[in-house]
Design a protein around this ligand. Structure first.
Ligand code: AKG
Length: 205
């Protein structure tokens, strides 16, 4: 979905940034978020959507490709992750515990969707797995995996449990946009189905 050449340039941009172990917000195995990284062995950084020229271009192109389905302006900054040998991201959910303070749920809503762009794949290992869907994805550089973390009822979707498998050789680099639910109202055309009205309730503040 994203041209290889752009990915290579984005990898150079990512490598120029200071990548270090990051705090994690989310659910590890469905429990409360853990502040340190037994959940994840990777280095990373946050980067504004237009913080580097290639990332800006990629953000624009992704918005063009996704169209009205999601407003990517409402996403958190890019989270760039680089996994070296033995790096991994243990099974977790991306949605936030609504009771967690300081993660902007009241202001921005929850993480309704995840857009994961693979910039570089490992030589061995490092696939993205969804255990509850029995899905093991071996992406190529430039592939983008998009999923919605909630059901139309507004309940979090347990099938979105996912992980990055351990790297056996090489370095994997990915860039994630966690898209918040506020400012998505115009992206979602209204339908006459009952489900949709439940969704509307979910988006109401
Ligand atoms: O790098 C991967 O395959 C998974 C990344 C991930 O779990 C996330 O960004 O939430």
């Amino acid at each position: 979905m994203v041209h290889r050449r752009m990915c290579k340039r984005a990898v150079v941009e990512a490598e120029e940034l200071q990548l270090k172990a990051l705090m994690i917000s989310g659910h590890a195995n469905g429990s409360a978020a853990e502040p340190t990284s037994t959940v994840r062995a990777a280095n990373g950084t946050w980067l504004n959507h237009r913080g580097r020229p290639n990332f800006a271009r990629i953000h624009r192109n992704l918005q063009f490709a996704i169209g009205n389905a999601l407003n990517l302006e409402a996403a958190e900054p890019w989270q760039i992750l680089s996994y070296n040998a033995n790096g991994y991201y243990a099974p977790h959910y991306d949605y936030l515990d609504p009771n967690t303070k300081g993660v902007g749920i009241r202001e921005d809503g929850n993480r309704i969707a995840t857009v994961l762009l693979i910039l570089q794949i490992a030589k061995k290992g490092g696939t993205t797995v969804f255990p509850n869907l029995d899905l093991n994805i071996r992406p190529k550089a430039g592939d983008v995996i998009v999923w919605i973390n909630f059901e139309t009822s507004g309940n979090s979707n347990a099938r979105t449990l996912h992980a990055a498998c351990p790297i056996k050789e090489g370095v994997k680099i990915g860039a994630t946009l966690w898209v918040r639910s506020k400012k998505q109202e115009l992206s979602l055309p209204c339908s006459l189905s009952e489900d949709h009205f439940l969704t509307d309730n979910f988006f109401a503040s």
